[in-house]
Design a binder for this molecule. Structure first.
Ligand SMILES: Cc1ncc(COP(=O)(O)O)c(C=O)c1O
Length: 382
């Protein structure tokens, strides 16, 4: 049994999640997407070994690295990926930007569904492309794609690329094969390239299984770029390691070149070592982590029932999307929580205009912290 209950002191300079806020000395940070748990012991041991050797020269991922990555994809999602299809890069966002630059030209339209991880819109805009925004529909408390709206927007704006988040951050959807098929059918119909950010793939709850978009069909795989990473699953975001999977050889060559052209290519020795250890030894740790997170989610859903805050039940991720309209006024709901309860959650507006009355709460922390936060929230005036 792994220990997820111990509270670890992260009050150290430079820790983004625990950044000090003036005037607040009992802050509970439940915002940025990293966890308050110590990472897998095998990852730590492997990194210590490298540190003790003290050799930090240039280093390439070796065969064992690719075996660990492809083995994980096979065991976890029944997805067969060849070593030659993988491009290691220092982060998923870097991979998104490489794909964006290869698949589109400045001024092209890129479709994103909102609410979604705020870097999507920024990456599109700040790289000179135009975001076409399609809002997800809230159907009985869970997000769905409005296919009619999607087709209309693709046609009207001549969309060239879809930037897709699967599983979905912040709504926690784990998309079904039917949904993936419906969305990708439209992409194929209008020759829209697909970039699928699957960083949350391992974090599925209630026995749900993530389906890599490349598994929809060979045709979809040939038109898709898939971003994967062990860093969210194993709490090592600061290690900065990701793998781009590009089944299409021509696209792959261009994306590989692009990564070199930008200078954002490859991994360092720590990234390679940590990835290898996580994907080789992490199965049990991850399963126990998911069970723990699931109980935290259940606790939040139950305790917030009578508070006026409305929880969207996540099917995946350790992030909970909560309708905070009850607090909306002059200040955003996130600001109200910060000022009144000293709890820092993510601002809904980061995920798009339609998220402005929402908050996103990260529950990947010891249960005692979740309980303390819930006690404070329950004492807040509506
Ligand atoms: C959907 C999504 N993509 C990418 C990232 C960041 O990835 P990276 O740190 O590897 O660039 C996050 C972090 O929260 C995320 O939620």
């Amino acid at each position: 049994m792994y220990d997820f209950d111990t509270v670890i002191n992260r009050n150290v300079p430079g820790d983004i999640k625990y950044e000090k806020i003036e005037g607040i000395d009992d802050l509970i940070p439940m915002w940025v997407a990293d966890m308050d748990f110590r990472c897998l012991p095998e990852v730590r041991d492997a990194l210590v070994k490298v540190a003790e050797e003290g050799i930090f020269g240039y280093y390439d991922p070796d065969d064992a690295y690719f075996d660990a990555v492809t083995g994980w994809f096979r065991r976890r999602y029944g997805w067969e990926v060849k070593t030659s299809e993988i491009i290691p890069v220092p982060g998923v966002v870097a991979g998104i930007v490489h794909a964006l630059n290869v698949l589109t030209q400045p001024g092209d339209h890129v479709l994103i569904f909102q609410p979604v991880y705020g870097q999507f819109e920024r990456c599109v805009k700040w790289n000179g492309r135009i975001p076409t925004i399609c809002e997800l529909k809230n159907v009985n408390g869970r997000y769905e794609v409005d296919l009619f709206e999607l087709e209309k927007k693709i046609r009207e704006d001549g969309v060239k690329m879809l930037l897709w988040c699967s599983p979905h951050n912040p709504g926690g959807r784990v998309w079904t094969m039917e949904e993936l098929k419906a969305v990708t059918d439209l992409c194929m119909k209008y020759d829209v390239k697909i970039v699928s950010d699957e960083i949350h793939a391992d974090l599925t709850l209630s026995g749900r299984k993530h389906i890599p978009i490349a598994k929809v069909s060979e045709e979809v795989a040939q038109n898709a770029v898939i971003l994967t990473s062990p860093t969210k699953s194993f709490n090592m975001a600061g290690i900065q390691a990701a793998n781009i999977v590009v089944p299409n050889a021509k696209l792959r060559k261009e994306i590989d070149r692009r990564s070199f052209a930008s200078g954002l290519f490859g991994l360092n020795k720590m990234g390679i070592t940590a990835t290898k250890a996580a994907y080789t030894y992490g199965e049990m740790w991850l399963n126990e982590l998911l069970a723990y997170v699931e109980e935290n989610v259940a606790l939040v859903s139950c305790e917030l029932k009578d508070t006026g805050l409305s929880v969207m039940q996540p099917e995946g991720t350790y992030l909970i999307w909560i309708d905070g309209s009850v607090y909306a006024g002059k200040m955003s709901p996130a600001k109200v929580l910060l000022e009144t309860a000293h709890i820092r959650v993510s601002e809904g507006i980061f995920f798009g205009q339609c998220g402005k009355d929402y908050i996103r709460m990260n529950v990947a922390c010891p249960r005692s912290i979740v309980k303390k936060a819930l006690e404070r929230i329950k004492k807040m005036p509506e």
